[in-house]
Design a protein around this ligand. Structure first.
Ligand SMILES: Nc1nc2c(ncn2[C@@H]2O[C@H](COP(=O)(O)OP(=O)(O)OP(=O)(O)O)[C@@H](O)[C@H]2O)c(=O)[nH]1
Ligand SMILES: [Mg+2]
Length: 425
């Protein structure tokens, strides 16, 4: 099954929590803090695998979650990091964030890309000792791993894309110039999914050709197989437009030519501006006048023109050489530029993750927020210094400001998750 779109969830591992522990040894009194750091959460890494040609696997498995880092331990032992999760995709896969549509990565090269970064591990209490704070009873909680819902979209990589009406001989052409063996038959929409073929030119030169399902008038409105498959020629350096010049199906080649160009334009302005070669096929069945009329029209419009018969292979060699010459002068296969978050966006997302809500009920201020859970976990409420650290967190995240805004006074009760305390200034 050929699948070129999928929606999946990816989540990196959370960092492990730092440990609170004190050195203990026989005959040694009151050792220093020795709580180790939490391990880093595993990343989610995307990797190009050329054995894959569709995104079908992602229809069956839709969640990819890397393991968390382990918590730190006594005796300065750091927690083990979570293993990275490697997700293999076909070459040419675009990864987009669902919520914003921004492009996270274009997996077109051999370079692996980290899509979700694992959370950093929290520092153990061994790091918090100082001359004034000799017994730090707190450690930092691990950070959460990044998480995205993403769409995967495959846009094949080919130098040349074949476009044209159904049954004009696109698949026949690719079958005679490359080793690709697509289905060929005398009916419309024989080709249902894109096919790539490697075309050798002489000894050391080659290019990749893509055959896609035929287009018809209204393809951009979803008629026929629609124009969705055009996405697979979007990266192409050159469009080779195949037209049946013999008119065996009772159509007019000039009309066909214009209709397809109109559909290209409806799909994307960018694609319609791509360099285009026009190939009159089925010349073995056409009269010299038919060929001449079409040629005149096309050449006048400024396109390169070729006449071939894909079935008899007449003219196909010349066409292959001309394509190779042409693409030598064209820019490389298009890569899409990823759109990383700006500093401002990053900041906004971070503050989002530190969101909290305060409600006042029966004389108690209830504070709720997901991030508070991990902070509470790392604090020892019986310890003065640890409490001070907690106070600082409440201040820096704006919780104290908000409480004061709501009219809290000294001695009022504040409840954070299950922990209750009296408010002091
Ligand atoms: N006489 C003649 N017939 C041809 C030529 N090229 C292709 N055909 C025939 O035209 C029919 C359609 O060929 P395909 O290669 O399947 O056409 P296609 O453009 O890939 O069609 P779709 O996949 O349906 O879009 C087949 O019966 C071919 O044998 C040619 O140069 N001359
Ligand atoms: Mg075909």
């Amino acid at each position: 099954m050929f699948v070129d779109k999928a929606k999946i969830l990816i989540r990196a591992g959370n960092g492990g929590n730092g440990a609170v522990s004190f050195h203990r040894e026989k005959y040694v009194a009151a050792g220093g803090p020795d709580g180790g750091d939490g391990g880093k959460g595993g990343d989610v890494i995307f990797h190009v695998d050329d054995n894959l040609s569709t995104l079908v696997d992602f229809h069956y498995k839709r969640k990819f979650i890397a393991p968390d880092g382990d918590n730190g331990d006594r005796r300065e032992r750091s927690g083990r990091g979570g293993k990275d999760l490697v997700v293999s995709v076909p070459r040419g896969t675009l990864v987009r964030e669902v919520s914003t549509g921004r492009l996270i990565a274009d997996l077109s090269t051999d370079e692996d890309v980290i899509i979700c970064k694992g959370g950093k591990g929290g520092a153990g209490n061994q790091h918090f000792a100082s001359a004034t704070k000799q017994i730090p009873r707190y450690a930092k909680a691990g950070k959460k791993g990044e998480e995205y819902e993403v769409t995967l979209e495959l846009k094949l990589l080919a130098d040349v894309g074949l476009v044209g009406f159904p049954n004009v001989g696109k698949s026949t052409l690719i079958s005679v110039v490359s080793a690709a063996k697509p289905k060929i038959a005398n009916y419309h929409f024989t080709t249902l999914t894109p096919v790539l073929g490697m075309v050798s030119v002489g000894q050391n030169n080659s290019f990749v050709m893509a055959d896609i399902p035929g287009l018809i008038e209204g393809a951009s409105d979803g008629i026929g197989l629609g124009h969705d498959f055009l996405r697979h020629v979007e990266r192409c350096r050159l469009i080779v437009h195949i037209v049946d010049v013999s008119g065996v199906e009772g159509r007019n080649p000039i009309e066909d030519f214009n209709i397809i160009n109109h559909e290209l334009q409806n799909f994307s302005e960018d694609l319609s501006m791509r360099p285009q070669m026009v190939v009159a096929n089925k010349c073995d069945m056409a009269t010299p006048e038919q060929i001449a009329d079409f040629k005149e029209y096309v050449v006048e419009k400024g396109f390169d023109f070729f006449e071939i018969s894909a079935v008899t292979t007449s003219g196909t060699k010349e066409l292959v050489f001309a394509i190779a010459d042409k693409i030598a002068s064209l820019p490389p296969i298009k890569e899409f530029e990823s759109q990383p978050l700006t500093a401002q966006e990053r900041f906004e997302r971070e503050s989002q993750s530190r969101r909290f809500e305060i409600t006042f009920e029966d004389g108690i201020y209830f504070v709720e927020g997901e991030f508070l859970e991990s902070i509470l976990m790392s604090v020892d409420m019986d310890d003065y210094e640890s409490l001070q650290y907690f106070q600082r967190v409440l201040r820096s995240t704006g919780i104290i400001d908000k409480l004061e805004e709501m009219g809290i006074v000294e001695g009022d009760t504040v409840s954070i998750l299950d922990f209750e305390f009296d408010f002091v200034k």
